[in-house]
Design a protein around this ligand. Structure first.
Ligand code: AMP
Ligand code: MN
Ligand code: MN
Ligand code: MN
Length: 290
């Protein structure tokens, strides 16, 4: 018999101004609720500093909540994101691991600004820092906002394409957490590790296979199938891979900002019925009022 279908409109991936989103955690909770989200998680990059506010805001409006995080990882020379869901945001190992992962972002940002200065873009470090709600989390997104503000580009997507991806003047190679550490921190904190938006990585077939295999070997249990960064073809491809690798399936908009994000909270299609939703394994970690 199939498990009861609950929380069809789960949205388990988004960002607040505690990382590189533009909204406060409370505003995101309101927006999720207004858009019909039935189970929500805030998953800021490398940071759990917004978790208490998100949890309390969700509780106040009767929105079931899972604590989350999105960890930056270096795998096979590329950046991969691993989402942790249902974590204890106060777990010492997780908190320490995230602090180590954030370390180096300021120096990287200074190097990015040096690269941009060489092509005539001045004061990008200060400009980006102005947009960072949390200086420890200064991200490429903040540079993108600054370059749009100064009129150098018309959109943040254009900034990434012209300045912030590999081979462009503002790109700086960076070493993030290892896959093994990221998965261990999440597990240690009682959560489930999920490969974020696999369709975005520029891996070969073999490298992608290695990512899924090693992730499983470290105790990773889930993969995002329906996300704001996937095409409909990706929904099918990663549903197949979830089944092939016996992974739980997740769903999340990756919403960052009303002005920039193409996918709003709670607006994605449902997971295919053939998948096992990750939240069915996280029932005990869901925080609700009452
Ligand atoms: P960072 O962790 O500093 O490398 O910044 C990564 C963030 O940049 C991601 O989490 C996205 O929010 C954003 N990003 C990456 N690629 C793009 C893109 N092509 N267009 C817009 N935003 C992007
Ligand atoms: Mn981001
Ligand atoms: Mn991501
Ligand atoms: Mn994200």
């Amino acid at each position: 018999m199939n498990p009861p279908l609950i929380w069809t409109n789960a949205d388990l991936h988004c960002h607040s101004c505690v990382s590189d989103g533009t909204l406060q955690p409370e505003a995101l909770a309101e927006r999720a609720k207004a858009n019909g989200v039935e189970l929500w998680a805030l998953t800021d990059h490398d940071e759990v500093g917004g978790q208490q506010r998100a949890r309390e805001a969700a509780r106040a409006i009767g929105l079931p909540y899972l604590a989350g995080v999105e960890i930056s990882v270096t795998f096979a020379g590329l950046t991969v994101h691993i989402v942790g869901l249902g974590v204890d945001a106060e777990d010492a190992t997780l908190v320490k691991g995230l602090a180590a992962t954030r370390d180096g972002r300021i120096a990287r940002a200074q190097e990015m600004a040096d690269g941009l200065a060489k092509v005539g873009i001045q004061d990008a470090f200060e400009g980006a820092l102005n947009y960072a709600g949390n200086p420890e989390l200064i991200a490429r997104t903040h540079f993108a906002r600054y370059l749009v503000e100064t009129g150098i580009c018309a959109s943040t997507h254009e900034v990434f394409r012209k300045y912030l991806v590999e081979g462009k003047p503002g790109f700086v190679e960076h070493r993030w957490a290892s896959l093994s550490n990221a998965v261990q921190w999440i597990r240690q904190a009682g959560g489930i590790a999920v490969i974020a938006h696999p369709g975005r990585y520029k891996f070969t077939v073999n490298e992608e296979y290695a990512l899924f295999t090693e992730f499983k070997a470290h105790g990773g249990l889930g993969v995002e199938v329906v996300t704001g960064s996937h095409t409909t073809a990706d929904y099918v491809k990663y549903a197949d891979m979830a089944i092939e690798f016996d992974l739980l399936a997740s769903r999340g908009s990756d919403f960052h900002s009303p002005e920039e994000s193409r996918t709003d909270l709670g607006t994605l299609p449902a997971l295919a019925a053939r998948l096992k939703p990750v939240w069915e394994a996280l029932m005990e970690r869901v925080q609700q009022a009452g």
